[in-house]
Design a protein around this ligand. Structure first.
Ligand SMILES: Cc1ncc(COP(=O)(O)O)c(C=O)c1O
Length: 421
């Protein structure tokens, strides 16, 4: 039932995309969402509430932090900020020893680029088709999606290359035999597009907004090697993949990567805005203290939130749990691939699984809008599924239980059947 919140949103919200169902979410509890009509759904389209909605320990930590001090005093530090920095340096690869906090992932990406430019004295940035690194001008210049149309001119020096989207390989190669041709091809791109002034390469461990595209094992290692051999700063954008999402605290652990700059955010604060750059000291030393300041970054409230998220992830073994849920869903989804002709590709890791629907398996023509239709059908049945055109993304809070995951899979399976028969 439409209500006043729905109507006001339509009237006043500058960025409102009315869905086919007038849903107004009022509350969250664990892996569930409750709308203003009191309808409960499993939240399967999350990328932020890694420890779940209103986790009692997280809420208590926020209440304590709020009662103590909320605002960060920029020129001084505070205990939570210091604690969080120390913990992040301990949890990330040994080459990373400095931390900077901001309030959004986009800002952190901007800082990563600026540091790479300052350190190298070079200006070009290599990024990937389908990549999304944020919404600020620098970030959209590097993004590889059309959402930057008519916002130009963009940042000079942004160079784009194909990502390892193996299901739709731009080179028509096969993973088994390609030997990471797309990494070698980067040199060809630079030959034609670079002025010989490449500062850095930025990459996501999996492309999130771009459609949950997971590169094959070994790709990121090869890319890091490629960058190192050329003296190019390797920036890993883990803003979406960090804090347990892929079944490791940081996705870089899957291949023991050692990026020069690591961008993290989103799940880090579980809804409280905080993002961080974890960096090599030799790189941050190219800036003078004070150059990286920001109004709200590193405030004690947000840092307390992130510390609590780390505690909960570790104490409740949510990261291992994310892996188990992912493996279960992958098994279910692979069975759908055998059963339903329209299931073209199934991929993912941890609590981050994608199902790509196609009109025809041979041509791989996308089945446009199918995942959105599926989402609209699943909601009344208690599953809030995130449809990305022809790609269904399953990304629940990591506290989702095995029973809830089974219920979600049953619902999706029954709905695909309903829509295809
Ligand atoms: C990989 C990645 N990097 C950066 C960002 C930007 O983060 P924020 O929305 O916090 O500015 C996003 C946002 O979706 C993202 O997915």
């Amino acid at each position: 039932m439409p209500n006043e919140f729905w109507e006001w949103s339509k009237q006043y919200d500058a960025d409102f995309i009315p869905s086919s169902l007038p849903i107004v979410i009022e509350r969250g509890q664990g892996a569930e969402l409750i709308d203003t009509a009191g309808h409960r759904t499993l939240d399967l389209g999350d990328i932020i509430a890694n420890v779940g909605h209103c986790h009692p320990r997280h809420v208590a930590a926020l209440q304590n932090a709020a009662a103590q001090m909320i605002v960060g005093k920029g020129s001084w530090t505070n205990p939570e900020r210091a604690r969080l920095m120390k913990r992040l340096v301990e949890l990330t690869p040994a080459n990373l020893d400095k931390v900077f906090f901001a309030t959004s992932g986009s800002e952190i990406v901007e800082w990563a680029i600026r540091i790479a430019r300052r350190f190298t004295g070079k200006h070009e940035i290599l990024s990937f088709w389908g990549g999304v690194y944020g919404r600020t001008m620098g970030a959209i210049s590097m993004n590889g999606l059309q959402r930057r149309r008519k916002f130009g001119p963009l940042l000079p020096g942004a160079i784009h290359a194909p990502y390892a989207y193996c299901y739709r390989c731009p080179f028509d190669k096969k993973i088994e035999t390609c030997n990471f041709y797309c990494v070698d091809f980067l040199d060809r791109i630079l030959d034609s597009e670079s002025t010989g002034d490449l500062a850095c390469v930025i990459v996501e461990p999996y492309q999130g907004v771009g459609g949950l595209i997971f590169p094959p094992a070994g790709y990121l290692t090869r890319l890091q090697q490629w960058a190192t051999e050329r003296g190019v700063i390797f920036i890993l954008d883990e803003i979406q993949s960090s804090f347990g999402r892929t079944g490791k605290l940081f996705a870089l652990e899957w291949e023991n990567l050692t990026p020069n700059l690591l961008c993290i955010g989103k799940g880090m604060g579980n809804g409280i805005s905080i993002a961080a750059l974890v960096a090599e000291a030799r790189l941050t030393a190219s800036l003078t203290p004070g150059e990286m300041s920001g109004g709200n970054g590193g405030n004690p409230f947000a840092c307390a939130s992130a510390l609590s998220v780390l505690d909960i992830l570790q104490d409740e073994n949510l990261i291992e749990h994310a892996r188990e849920i992912g493996e279960y869903w992958l098994t279910r989804a692979h069975a759908w691939q055998t059963r339903f002709e329209i299931v073209g590709d199934v991929r993912g890791r941890g609590a981050c699984i994608a199902i790509e629907f196609v009109k025809d398996r041979a041509t791989k023509e996308p089945l446009r809008g199918f995942a959105n239709t599926l989402g609209a059908r699943c909601y009344p049945k208690g599953c809030a599924v995130h449809g990305m055109d022809h790609i269904l993304a399953l990304r629940p809070p990591l506290v989702i239980t095995r029973d809830q995951a089974a219920r979600a899979a049953d619902t999706i399976e029954a709905t695909i059947k309903e829509l295809t028969e």
